[in-house]
Design a protein around this ligand. Structure first.
Ligand code: G3I
Length: 393
């Protein structure tokens, strides 16, 4: 057995000792293995997730079965957003979000919380009674009550929160002049993170942003914002790059990888949080191949950056995607399964990226073996006592 297989089998066996995983643990590289993406991702050491709606889980058995088999985590696409979960000052509607959390727990899936504060007018993330707040004090009271209640309720059930979503203006590089910004100034972001930390000290707290996958002034502005928050001691654990790749020009794998690395270099985790890859603007004959390669490239970029720990797709079947409404084009088809839950070529692009990250290319394998042999020789020939001295330093 080659050393990489040996290492991956050892990891699988040690994981098997953990009672937390109900999915069968399979060595996906074994000749007869048939793994789902969730199992491939487990073995590759990252998590793959999807944004979901409870209605489809309840109404479509294939939706629920595919979700549980293929994904290790879920994000409520809409049901934890302020207008949905807290539609009026004194009323919460936890039912749909609770149903998703229950589904996740039943199927040993993680939950990303999305989202506590989302001020953009275009985004429909804040109800009118919050937008209409007249003073900083009134708004602060609403925000504190909302974050305390929602993040507090799901403490221990949600592993990470998009605390603030889309702080930048959609078409530009500055902070969005939303009602939170207008009344509280730029510190509304830091205040939201402090409240989330107090409500759920164990959740990983994320800042999530759209259209920051390419290099350029927008990503630089976002990076500066994150750096400033860290310098102020804001309890931010990670950054989400959403990954809505609506047109082919939105994807440059090398730039994406560099952006992921620049976030990790700040000492943070990074995730791709809302990936979908639209193909309606390509000639029909090119769509499948383009999408398969694009999914492969995005997953590979993340897999090659230590600290990129999860990729969440914004849906998983073309039967249910926000892009049908947004682009008004039924051929957008941005996801991994078609409308009948058949695996598309894009699915295999993801599978190939995960598999490639587990099976090293021959050149990398020989290099790794040579490095291991060299290290073993150095250890064997080191003069007596020197190893102990080194450890003591
Ligand atoms: O809640 C009502 C429901 O009561 C009513 O029956 C239904 C009738 O159409 O409308 C429902 O609200 C819609 C909601 O989706 C749930 O279906 C809203 O009108 C609609 O605007 C909303 O769109 C969502 C959008 O965010 C705004 O919240 C999309 O589904 C969702 O995919 C999209 O997700 C965002 C992320 O949160 C942030 N990043 C960008 C991403 C895409 O815009």
């Amino acid at each position: 057995m080659d050393p990489f297989r040996a290492v991956s089998c050892a990891l699988l066996l040690s994981a098997a000792a953990s009672p937390a995983t109900a999915m069968p643990l399979v060595d996906c590289l074994a000749p007869a293995a048939t793994c789902t993406l969730r199992q491939w991702a487990d073995q590759a050491g990252i998590e793959i997730g999807a944004a979901v709606e409870p209605a489809w889980i309840a109404e479509e058995p294939q939706y629920a079965a595919t979700l549980a088999a293929e994904f290790g985590s879920l994000t409520p696409e809409n049901r934890m957003k302020w207008p949905e979960i807290h539609p009026s000052p004194d009323a919460y509607d936890f039912g749909p979000a609770d149903a998703l959390v229950d589904f996740a727990q039943t199927n040993d899936m993680a939950v990303r919380g999305h989202t506590l504060v989302w001020g953009q007018m275009a985004g429909n993330g804040t109800p009118d009674y919050v937008r209409d707040a007249q003073s900083a004090q009134e708004l602060r009271t609403l925000v504190a009550e909302h974050i305390g209640t929602v993040a507090g309720r799901y403490a221990g059930k949600v592993d990470s929160w998009d605390v603030v979503n889309e702080p930048l203006v959609v078409l530009g590089n500055e902070l969005d002049p939303n009602p939170f910004f207008e009344l509280l100034g730029p510190d509304y972001i830091a205040e939201a993170f402090a409240l989330a930390k107090a409500a759920d000290p164990d959740a990983r707290l994320f800042l999530n942003e759209a259209f920051v996958e390419l290099a350029g002034p927008r990503f630089d502005a976002f990076h500066d914002l994150v750096r400033e928050l860290l310098a102020q001691g804001v309890p931010i654990d990670g950054v989400g790059l959403q990954g809505h790749l609506l047109f082919p020009i939105f994807l440059d794998p090398q730039e994406l990888r560099t952006n992921l690395e620049r976030i990790v270099d700040l000492g943070l985790e990074v995730e791709i949080t809302e990936l979908d890859i639209a193909v309606s603007f390509l000639p029909e004959a090119e769509r499948d191949a383009y999408q398969r390669q694009a999914y492969f490239d995005v997953f590979t970029a993340c897999l090659e950056v230590e600290g990129c720990n999860r990729i969440t797709l914004w849906g998983f079947t073309d039967a249910h995607t926000w892009l049908d409404d947004f682009l008004g084009n039924p051929a957008v088809d941005p996801l991994l399964f078609d409308e009948d839950y058949r695996r598309k070529p894009a699915y295999y692009g993801v599978r190939d990226a995960l598999r490639r990250s587990i099976v090293p290319e021959p050149g990398r394998l020989w290099l790794a073996l040579a490095a291991a042999a060299f290290a073993a020789r150095r250890l064997r020939w080191r003069p007596r006592g020197s190893r102990t001295e080194q450890l003591a330093v």
